[in-house]
Design a protein around this ligand. Sequence first.
Ligand SMILES: [Zn+2]
Length: 228
Amino acid sequence: MIEQIEIGDPPIQIMIKRSMRARRYSLRMSNATGTVNLTVPRFASLEAAIEFARIQEGWIRKHLATRVKPQTLNFGSTILFDGVECEIRQGTGRSVRYEDGILYVPGQADKLAAKLRGYYKTIARERMVAASVYYADKLARPIGRVTIRDTRSRWGSCTSEGNLMYSWRLIMAPRQVQAYVAAHEVCHLIEMNHSQAYWALVANIFPEYKERRQWLKQNGALLHRYAF
Ligand SMILES: [Zn+2]
């Protein structure tokens, strides 16, 4: 059963969900919709839930204010490509084309997101394979398979067999950030951890790694805001 309450001014709407299993109050916010959900233990009173929400009001407001708003893709809207905001325009022919800061996407608007996603995946694969080979050569190590996925929690990974995985959303990050993620993952071919020895290896083949890592931490959410 879901109840809705309002707190503060301007009012914030909070959906209250009673849970059989919950032992404590937990607040969750959906980045996509901005909905605030409060899960409360089965027998908690509505008053207690409102009280809890009131105490957390500052935190809720702060999170709502910094929420990265999702962006839908349309002709005329913009999207990141290699770290630069590019305009999306109607294209001709069969394939997506990039020229001078503009992405030309052929076909109907309802196919736009899928076409752009296909294009991003293709370019991301080329880039990440090339960068992985380049940095693995510096370490004199062979790489295994490279797969490209849409991952939420990580930008890349490396298995003990040397297989690499990258998020194709990295194509929206600056090229130096893409290169850093490749350098980061191939260093795991030697060190399967984040020890001091590991970071020394990264610094050796990619000296400016700190700035690139910082960029991902600060702006990573921007790459997930588009609804493909
Ligand atoms: Zn790592």
